[in-house]
Structures are given as C-alpha cells and as structure tokens.
Design a protein around this ligand. Structure first.
Ligand SMILES: Nc1ncnc2c1ncn2[C@@H]1O[C@H](COP(=O)(O)OP(=O)(O)OP(=O)(O)O)[C@@H](O)[C@H]1O
Length: 359
C-alpha cells in the first residue's frame, strides 16, 4: 500500500483566518498533516496555538479558509450535504468538559447519536449497553451525569462518541480536567480502543506527559504552524525546536531539576575544572555503565544531582544532571566518547552563568 493510501487523514495547505470586527487572526497557517490509519497522533501546543481550530477542520466543523481536507481518501469539501453527514459520523470527538446532556441518563446519552437512525429501539439499547460495558460503566446505565465523577463522565462521552462506529476519534484536551490517576485510566482506555477497534486517535493536549504515555507520533504547534513533528521517541530524545525542548524538559522534570539545582548551588563558585552537565541516555546507553566507565577511564569525578528514567513508546530514555570535576585536557575527549556511546550531553554552566536559558 502506498504511503498516501495508508493515510486516513490528509490536510493539505490548510489555513484558517478569523475576522472579528476589523481584526484578522490567522489561527492556522498553511498546515500540512498526514495521519495514518490506526495511529495515535498527538498535537501539542500552548493555549491559542491553533490546535482545536486545526482538528475541527478534519470534520469540517471549521471550514478552512484555504487548503484541502481528505478523510478516508475522500476530499470532504467536495461532498454533497448528505454525503458529508455520513462522512462526519466516521469522525467522533470528545472534549475536556464532556458535553453530556444532564437531563438524560447515562444510557440515554450513549443512545442519543443513534436516535433518528434506522436501527430499532431494541438494537439501539443493546448497542448502548455494549458500549457502556466496553468503557466499564454497565452498572451506571440508569444514573444521571451529575451523579458521576469526572472520569466516569468522560467514559460516558467516549461510549457516546463510539455509538456511530467512528474510524477516527478526536480527543480535544479530554483529560485536562482530570486528576493524574483518572487521566491515566482514560488514556489506557483510549489505548485499548485504538488496539481493539483499530480506531485512529488524534489527541490534542498541552501536556507532553499525555503524548508520552499514549501517542506514536506528535506534531508541535505554535502560532498556527506545525513547527516540529515525528515519532514520539525521536521528538522526545532529539527535540529540534526550543518550544519542543521546553515541553520535553517540563514533562521529564528536567526543567524543574535545573531550576532547583541553580537555586541551591552557586554556579559562579565553580572551579575551573568543574562543569554542570546534562546527559540524555537513549535505548541501550541507559543499560550500559557508560557513566562509571567515563569516570574511571578519564579520571573525572561525577557528582549526580538529578537522574530520571522514562519509557517512551517502548524505548528507555534516561536524564541526568551532574557536576563533573576533572582535568580539562581530557574533558573534551571524554565528552566525545560519551557521544559516540549514544549519550547526548550539554554543558549547562556557561549558559547559566550568562543568565540565559541553557541550550
Ligand atoms: N470562532 C473564532 N473566532 C475568532 N477567533 C477564534 C475562533 N476560534 C478560535 N479563535 C482564535 O484562534 C486562535 C487559536 O485558537 P484555538 O482554540 O484553535 O487554539 P488552541 O491551541 O486549541 O488553544 P486552547 O487549548 O486554549 O483551545 C486563538 O487566538 C483563538 O482566540
């Protein structure tokens, strides 16, 4: 199958411009995005980056000002209204605030998208019950949304989103209002649906932690543009843009660690043979004793101030901040050796002394 045929979503040169009174706002600027069938694709960016506007283009809830939208090999702007209604059923959405109907029971909420379709009442009820079982809420069928926790409400919203047998599920900050434990359980559910129903998931978030725990690919949005994209493990271990690096370092606690370290130690007191260094270990280099080898072979002293290890899309990734003390004549060689062992390194000392951001 060609790459294009595997794509369930293709956005080509999409721009969205809003006009409010005499103001013009380019919310999405010439974005190209391809998402393959069965992927879990994350779109990350700060508030106002244009994420929601971009994903609303996928089912034409937002008409683009320019560009073409192809879903399931159909250019959906070319569809007649009745065809567009059919195509839209294949793209469901879940939101941060669940958007459940208060006056209907859990069962009534899940059945709602099936009202007005050709299936019988019995089939509709059976389908809703099956979906509630799938999301683990069978015993809550007769309950009203106000009696549910946030996580349960999101499960109902997911069951409702699945009622039209979608091929694509768009999750717009669906876990942003939930606590970390509930977030984890909802992300696990989405992973299970992706696996068992071959559902393609497009997930918007401002948290790299969410991307890391569930997505295979990620796009980083800033001011209406995609500034970086790729497999999550690659983007996490080799971020090219400062914004991406910020997201990564926040989610891995590296940013917090650098702030804590620099507020407790005086960089200007460092001796000439000392550096504050950041190390990033990927894959096999997390398992080998590269640091003890580095220390022994080059006679440098490694004082570890922070260390963390993560699993990203099945890959081990380690982060460490340490004060290195040793003979500067051998220092560069030692760093080269670490790099050839697959360890990324960065000297933090100079950047911190200059008072700027490290890079
Ligand atoms: N219907 C609209 N009319 C005018 N401006 C809009 C409209 N919808 C969005 N915007 C503006 O477009 C920009 C992008 O908004 P969008 O909601 O897509 O960003 P976002 O990355 O999803 O952020 P958030 O997570 O806060 O929703 C913002 O400046 C927003 O104010």
């Amino acid at each position: 199958m060609s790459e294009a045929a595997k794509n369930v979503i293709e956005l080509n040169n999409i721009s969205v411009t809003f006009h409010n009174n005499d103001q013009t706002l380019d919310a999405v600027k010439n974005v190209n995005l391809q998402i393959q069938k069965g992927d879990i694709y994350g779109i990350i960016g700060y508030s106002g980056a244009g994420k929601s506007t971009l994903v609303r283009v996928i089912n034409l809830l937002q008409q683009p000002t320019a560009g073409t939208v192809t879903v399931n090999n159909q250019e959906i702007q070319q569809l007649k209204p009745v065809e567009l209604r059919q195509a839209r059923k294949k793209v469901s959405m879940i939101f941060q605030h669940f958007n459940l109907m208060k006056s209907r029971t859990v069962q009534g909420n899940v059945e709602y998208p099936l009202l007005g379709t050709k299936i019988s009442k019995g089939e509709r009820q059976a389908k809703a019950q099956k979906l509630l079982k799938l999301v683990g809420l069978s015993e809550y069928a007769d309950t009203y949304p106000s009696q549910l926790s946030g996580g349960q409400k999101q499960r109902v919203a997911i069951a409702r989103a699945l009622a039209s047998d979608p091929e694509i599920l768009i999750s717009d900050e669906a876990t942003s209002a939930l606590d970390p434990k509930t977030t984890k359980s909802i992300l696990e559910l989405l992973k299970q649906l992706n696996r068992d129903l071959h559902l393609t998931i497009v997930l918007i978030t401002h948290e790299m932690q969410v991307i890391k725990s569930i997505c295979h690919n990620v796009a980083v949005m800033d001011a209406g543009e995609i500034i970086e994209r790729g497999p999550v493990a690659k983007v996490f271990t080799d971020p090219q843009q400062k914004l991406t690096n910020d997201f990564v370092e926040t989610s891995t606690n590296v940013k917090e660690a650098i702030e804590r370290i620099t507020s407790t130690i005086e960089i200007s007191d460092f001796k000439d043979n000392q550096e504050l260094m950041y190390f990033n270990f990927i894959g096999n280099s997390t398992k080998q004793s590269v640091i003890s080898e580095f220390s022994q072979k080059y006679g440098v002293d490694v004082n570890i101030l922070f260390a963390n290890i993560d699993q990203i899309d099945g890959e081990n990734v380690g982060y460490m901040i340490a004060i290195i003390t040793g003979d500067l004549n051998v220092f560069n060689g030692a760093i080269q050796k670490l790099r050839s062992d697959g360890v990324k390194t960065r000297i933090l000392t100079d950047a911190l002394l200059e008072g700027g951001e490290d890079q």
